[in-house]
Structure formats: structure tokens, C-alpha cells
Design a protein around this ligand. Sequence first.
Ligand SMILES: [Zn+2]
Length: 292
Amino acid sequence: MFSMSPSIRLTRLAFVTGLLSQLVLGVTINDVFIVKEGTENGGCDAFADAITQAFEDSIKLADIAAAGIATTDDKTREYLDTFFNIKPGEDTSTAAGYVSQVKAILDNSRTLPSGKPWLFCDSTWVEEQAWDSVVKNADGTPQEDGQTVEEKYPETEEHKTEFRPFWSSDLSQYISLEPGDYCSTRGNQGATQDLIAPNTVTLCMNNFPPTQASGLAQIAPVAATGVSIKDRQANSLTLFHEMFHLSSGSAITPDHSYKLVDITNFDTDTAVQNPESYSFYALAFEAKKQKG
Ligand SMILES: [Zn+2]
């Protein structure tokens, strides 16, 4: 009943963006997410500028992807072929549908069934518990009847070996996750949990490489051909990736691969499910626009 789909972002890429689509006027990250306050237990106060930029970049990237998918000239359509194996003239509605789901959340025109999602800036918003620990009340105190977590939430021995119950005081509920602190693992950059209510997005802000561009505007201009897009990266793209898990659900947006070499060889059915395919596509499409 619980799960967190990890998003180990091994590669990031981006090109500087030129004239971008307009931001949706008035919509802020606080309209779309319950942003955890404070500086502890996943609080985002120390990352206010970075998450605002990530949100605004996500809107831009979604607009870029939507515009790219909607184009009809054969030259531009080559990018859809490269990243989604959609040939000129072939149907684009499935890819367009995933992007429109992301846009609807970002422009606040659609509310998730489980309500406004949370945004956390590290994974310490959950506390690992033992399966035989006493179940907590909503306020975090142990229940007086002494019932244990494994009694209340019966799981297979295999599950209990592989996962641990984690308590969230913000959500007042348990989530079953792999042991350990997710963001303490180097390389983990984001995770979306869409099987409990409300949904959550966790950005491992401290894992973002300090030498990497923070957002689209900070990426070095594309000065020459021959620069691989996998070497162009920006921290803000993690949120754009997570928006696909959040808006369509992790069950139908599995992370088939983060690697460019895999992504460019996927069949269409696989590519349209894979969030990272949209990240590569949006950035490559934008770079193409700049180079003309
Ligand atoms: Zn992912």
C-alpha cells in the first residue's frame, strides 16, 4: 500500500534557453505545493530561491515540450523521432497527453485526487521505525493499546525484510520505504510518492552538484555543435522530471532509464512513459531552436 518511486538522476542536461514561453501569470510554487517550512525535517526555507527557479523552469520546460510535440514540419519533428521514436506524420497524442497532465498541475488548473501535494527539500521528513514499534496516534504519541505497526499493517516477511515503516509527522501516517535516509545516498536527487494521500515530492537539494547550473538561465550558451546534451545539466530539471510521476502516477511513469543512450533507443510506448525522455526532449528541442 505504500511506495516511493525513486528517481536517481544520474544524468542531467540542459542548454541555455532563449525566448521561453510565458509563465502562467500568478501561479507560484506555493499555489501548487504545500512547501515544507523551516530548515529541518525536509524544510525548504534554505532553498527558497532554488525551488522557485525549479518551479518556473518546470513551467518553461513543459511549454517547450508541448510546443515541440505540436509542431508539424518534418525538420522539427526529427526531435520527436530521436527521443520518442515518433516518425513524422505519426500520432503524438500520447506524448502530448503526458505533457498536458504536467502543465495542468503546474498552471493550477487541475487538482490531484488526493489534494495539494507536499514538497520537501530532503528526506528527513520521514522517520524510520521498527515493525514491532507501537503504532503512533496522529499527534505522534504511542497508542495506549500497544498495537504494533506490523499488527496494524500486516505485510509479508519478505516485505518487512526489504522495507521499514517510516512515520511522517506532517502527514500523520506511515509510509513503507527502503531502510535508511533516501537523500543520504549520493546520487539520489528526487522521489515522488503518489500512493498515499496527499502525494509528496522530495527533492534532495543537498545532493545537487554545486558545480552544476542551478537552472536553465545559468547553463552556458550553446556555442558549438558536438557538445553532447548529456553534458548539459541543471539542478532545476529534477522537479520537471518528478512532475511526470506526480501528475500521471508512478505506476504508468516508470523510470525505464535515465541514460541518453537508452532513451534514444526506446520504442514509442516505452519512451512516452519515461519522465527523463521528456527532459532530454525539451532541452534538445530548445537548443535546436536557438541554433536555428
Ligand atoms: Zn523518476
